[in-house]
Design a protein around this ligand. Sequence first.
Ligand code: NAD
Length: 407
Amino acid sequence: MSVFENIRTNLEKVSAYLELGEDEKKLLLSHKAVNKAKLKVEGKEYDAWRIVHNDALGPGKGGIRFHPGVSEDEVKSLSFWMSLKNSLAGLHYGGAKGGVKIDPRKMEANDLQGVSRAYVQAFHEHLGENKDIPAPDVYTNPQVMAWMLDEFEKIKKRHEPGMITGKPMSLGGCAIRADATSRGGKIILDRLLQKMDKDPKKTSVAVQGFGNAGMNISCMLENDGYKVIAVSDSKGGISDTDGLDVSKVIDAKKDKGSVTFHQGRRISNQELLELEADVLVLAALENQITVKNAADVKAKVILELANGPVTAEADDILLKKGIVAVPDILANSGGVVASYCEWCQNKTGHIFTEDYLTRVLEEKMAGAFDMTYELFKDKQGLSMRMAAYVLAIRRILDAEKARGNLD
Ligand code: NAD
């Protein structure tokens, strides 16, 4: 099933609750701009996209992914989720996303720089601090953002650091951006466990994906007394029921390229998803929990740091099993909240202290969680994802109505 089909299914589920009209559904399922290009770098060609789903709340906002699995369907889906995520977090942003179909793990830094610059050459007309603002996503990082900013400013012949976020500190980056997604996810998990009357020190966690999001949250959880009993990356996973030493796993990942080089019982990616752990953190890619494995998930809580890791059909199975899945548009919004602060600094020239940024992140995450949790608890049969969708979609449609685009 295509990723966007999941979105259609979820929108159908929520539309009865929201009593959406056909024109509202049509608007939510369509994209404001679908831009494609073929990037030509060193004699090779790469498919690339920049897509804006909705811009009623503000300029487009969303990361750029470099991955061999990137497709138009995926970028459209990711841009849709960005619209909802930004709306739920209360940010003045629409939703956008970009991607290049490429495997950066097999490329030299020079070629990666070439692709990053070619991306901006292809899409610069559509980007800008008041138009559409990219950020890092899977296999892109602050260095890629720096090359992109430099190319943009060369073309436009002016400085405009707010056209992209997730930059290095030397180019106007934000002190908490690098691990903000994980910080935000941890704030949400702590709050949820509190509501469920569970003690973090008696809580075991399995983490799928050990990149920016998965690695950082594993560290934060371990530091706070949670027991991280398994982690995985694209090469496989490891587990230890007594708890892994996360700093040593990081060393294995950094020195040898995979968590699987750390001691511990080797497990497959599939096994990790089905482990006896209290919490399952999904921090890799889309469509990881599907109808095929949802019934085998044993965790009581799923935290979606990845975008779209649970399919719409799998969601129904999890709900029936009483598993609480904290949806991506809530759980992983810490990154874009920090990006928003970075953008505000760039546009105004203010420099916020780290204490202030941390406070903003905490307030935004807690606010979005409390609102969503309240609706989820109030309405029997509504999953936390559907509660989050209801709140996010309402705000987008209110903005469209205020603009006179809907009756
Ligand atoms: P990353 O590139 O830093 O890490 C991705 C990790 O997933 C890598 O360790 C990779 O080996 C692993 N992986 C890939 N396929 C896997 C599989 N089948 N099983 C297990 N592991 C697998 O990317 P990231 O920035 O950490 O992003 C991860 C997810 O979080 C993505 O869905 C991304 O859209 C989402 N996200 C990230 C941020 C952020 O700020 N980094 C913000 C919001 C959402």
